[in-house]
Design a protein around this ligand. Structure first.
Ligand SMILES: [Mn+2]
Length: 457
């Protein structure tokens, strides 16, 4: 009997070992999942523009300089069906020595004469392969300064036409409230190319109902390029709604945006980057959401303006994505979740978005103030988009992507700006973000950075 009992004990033990092992294994694998892949991490591959945005974000100011991206060969293919001939090398001589010097000094080419058709309707401008050495030099310099093809941009009218990217649903009569609030449009820039900055502003003025534009505030974050000084002021004297605000030292994007907000008097604030193009009907659907509920923060669909050809790319509302983030506290894109799709009859209706990409959005000015605007302990750039997203949702607001509103943006593959090195600003901002808004979830971020916390106050 004793032997039998012992044998059954032995059997039980033998049986128990794999059972316990199984449970331990399951436990480990689930906790690994919790650590390794947060609930909000992408289930699907993000769209190409998402990669572009993240690339831009990775080059955090203060972080070690990213390796210079090879200048892309500005020379691409064949004849453009609609583009008239490019200046041949010999015609180039027609640009006088004086003009060339001016252009060099201004950092810009002479303005296009207005008769050309380069880039109209958002078409690509493709430079000829047999450029003269002089032209190639200008093209290379444009890339060097801006990380996009400034030469091509300078060939295109600052008031070029664009296709209307809206779905039919958006254009239905009575779609938007008849009386909409007016907005202050705030555009921060630092050493932006002349043609790109002007095109941004003209696209706002030309494609918005005049009474909805309260003012356009250009916040100069301490640029040193000549064309952004008196020349810019002179240019906009004809446009009384456009005001230029100058930072007295290099402030960085976040404080530059706050400078704009402090001066703005419109009911709504609309932030745009300085290398954008607004399309027909971009503003009404944004203001409509805020008119209906002032705690709604809205983002347009961000279309891609090609950095090489300045071609305007867009998709219909079926391709709309919403913003998320990973546990490195990096913004990323997700397809619209099924539960969110089910809330709508039409894919052009505004969709809830956990986060925003950050550069382009509208917010009720009072609601922005109620949220405490941006955390003023955030430095320079980075993480502020998640900060604003988190507190919008946590303080009773809603964040939406509005598929009827399309704004194009030049996505660069590197940042052309210089920053002091030594401090990892993005990391400091992200730790602050985690400490203030993530409660117990902050540990997932801290694990990702090896619990290497830096001073944040
Ligand atoms: Mn940008």
């Amino acid at each position: 009997m004793v032997f039998l009992r012992r044998r059954s004990l032995l059997l039980k033990t033998l049986l128990a070992v794999p059972v316990i092992w199984f449970f331990v294994a399951v436990l480990y694998s689930t906790s690994d999942k919790a650590r390794g892949r947060g609930p909000l991490e992408p289930a699907a591959a993000p769209p190409p523009e998402a990669a572009a945005i993240r690339q831009e974000q990775h080059h955090a100011p203060g972080a070690p300089e990213p390796p210079e991206v090879e200048l892309q060969p500005p020379v691409v293919v064949e004849n453009q069906p609609d583009a008239p001939g490019f200046p041949e090398p010999e015609q180039e001589n027609e640009i006088s020595k004086k003009e060339e010097e001016d252009a060099g000094a201004m950092g810009v080419l002479p303005l296009p004469n207005g008769n050309n058709k380069y880039g109209e309707m958002g078409k690509p401008v493709v430079l000829p392969s047999n450029m003269s050495t002089g032209m190639k030099k200008l093209v290379d310099e444009g890339w060097q300064k801006n990380a996009f093809n400034q030469y091509v941009s300078d060939l295109i009218s600052v008031r070029r036409s664009l296709p209307d990217p809206r779905d039919e649903w958006c254009k239905k009569e009575g779609r938007y409230q008849s009386s909409l609030p007016s907005t202050s449009v705030i555009i921060c820039f630092h050493n932006e190319a002349w043609s790109v900055l002007l095109r941004t502003v003209h696209s706002v003025l030309d494609r918005s109902p005049a009474h909805m534009i309260h003012e356009v505030l250009l916040v100069d974050d301490f640029s040193d390029m000549d064309h952004l000084k008196t020349r810019l002021e002179n240019y906009f004297t004809k446009y009384p709604k456009v005001k230029i605000i100058r930072a007295k030292k290099r402030e960085g994007l976040i404080r530059a945006r706050l400078l704009g907000a402090a001066r703005a008097t419109g009911k709504v604030l609309t932030y745009l980057d300085s290398h954008c193009e607004c399309t027909t009907g971009w503003l009404e659907p944004l203001l409509d959401r805020i008119a209906r509920n002032s705690t709604t923060v809205v983002c347009p669909v961000i279309d891609v303006i090609d950095d090489t050809t300045l071609e305007y790319h867009y998709r219909d509302s079926g391709g709309v994505n919403v913003g998320g983030f990973d546990w490195n506290l990096q913004f990323n894109w997700h397809s619209v979740p099924e539960r969110e799709r089910k809330r709508h009859e039409n894919s052009a209706e505004p969709v809830w978005s956990p986060t925003m990409a950050g550069g382009l959005f509208s917010i009720d000015r009072e609601f922005f103030e109620r949220l405490g605007t941006y955390d003023n302990g955030f430095d320079i750039w980075g993480g502020e988009n998640l900060e604003l997203s988190f507190k919008t949702w946590m303080c009773g607001g809603t964040l939406e992507i509005v598929p009827c509103s399309h704004v194009g943006h030049i996505f660069r593959k590197r940042s052309p700006y210089k920053w002091r090195s030594g401090v990892n600003v993005l990391k400091k901002n992200s730790i602050r973000l985690a400490e203030v808004w993530l409660d117990d979830y902050s540990k997932y971020y801290y694990q990702r950075i090896g619990n290497d916390l830096v001073r944040i106050f």
